[in-house]
Design a protein around this ligand. Structure first.
Ligand code: BJW
Length: 233
């Protein structure tokens, strides 16, 4: 593979699928059992906070039962050994990139292990349930919600991401369906600025035709192979 100096990687639910975390849009996936409007919108939370807090409490608790897979570990190796600039952006709210060894991960859709206080708007590291409405560690108000980005809300760190997309020479999308914006538009943004674009996915995503190259297969195989190529190993 040609030498690259600035790489942006976007990951989605597919990278964690082989660790045992359901994707959203597969049959039997996370949305299959829930209406998106009920559990992933501010309106759904306002309507039924109990349902939403319980949904996220269960997903947070389930993190202790899963482990990073070779795809997460390969991206951590890339971070350690790549001599250029690397930005790892994930849409995932799990912590498997960090536990796989990545030190710098930008969680554009938030994190299960973070709480957002709707009173003081501060974010706090959070591992416990929220269903019993515990107080905010900062302002003490019982108004915590999951620190995740729901439909209609602004994802985190967009300025930093768009700046990296404008200047990267390689954009790689791993295990995401390309169904949710703004992440689904990153490939066009990078391409418009001259980057090479590569998709690694189990099956073609909605935006596959937008990439210069698509490789199909499980992330646990494709990602370590690609990292070996980049590192010349
Ligand atoms: C494997 C594999 C294996 C399986 N190996 N691969 C019309 C046009 C444009 C935009 C909009 C529009 N109408 C509405 C919007 C905006 C809306 C949106 O995109 N809606 C769409 C439905 C069209 N977006 C928003 O509201 C966003 N905010 C926003 O736009 O703000 C305004 C703004 C303006 C300008 C700039 C910036 C912003 C917010 C979106 C928030 C999404 N939140 C969620 C929930 C997070 C919390 C939680 O986890 O509960 O994020 S929704 C859900 O989807 C979650 C995911 O991060 C996200 C993406 O899902 P992902 O990761 O792609 O998973 P799947 O399941 O879809 O796909 C899995 C993939 O893995 C598949 O491709 C498989 O093939 C693959 N796979 N096994 C490799 N082993």
């Amino acid at each position: 593979m040609a030498e690259f100096e600035r790489i942006v990687i976007l990951t989605g639910a597919g990278i964690s699928a082989e660790s045992g975390i359901d994707t959203f849009r597969s049959a039997g996936g996370l949305w299959e059992q829930h209406r998106v409007e009920d559990v992933a919108t501010p309106e759904g939370f306002a309507r039924d906070p109990h349902l939403v807090l319980n949904f996220y409490d269960m997903r947070r608790a389930a993190l202790s039962k899963v482990e990073p897979n070779p795809a997460h570990e390969a991206l951590a190796r890339l971070e350690r050994e790549f001599s250029g600039e690397l930005l790892l952006v994930t849409q995932n709210v799990d912590d498997l990139h960090q536990r796989g060894g990545s030190g710098k991960v930008l969680h554009m859709h938030g994190e299960l292990k973070s709480a957002l206080c709707t009173s003081c708007e501060m974010r706090s590291r959070w591992e416990a349930p929220m269903l019993d409405r515990p107080p905010c560690p900062i302002c003490r108000a019982p108004t915590l919600r999951p620190d995740v980005v729901w439909f209609g809300e602004m994802p985190y760190e967009m300025a930093r991401i768009y700046h990296a997309l404008e200047t990267c020479d390689l954009f790689v999308s791993i295990g995401t369906s390309g169904a949710v914006y703004p992440a689904a538009g990153f490939v066009q943004e990078a391409r418009a600025n001259g980057a090479r674009t590569l998709e690694l996915n189990l099956e073609p995503s909605e935006g596959s035709r937008l990439f210069h190259e698509t490789r199909l297969g499980p992330a646990s195989q494709l990602v370590p192979q690609w990292v070996d190529e980049v590192l010349g190993g």
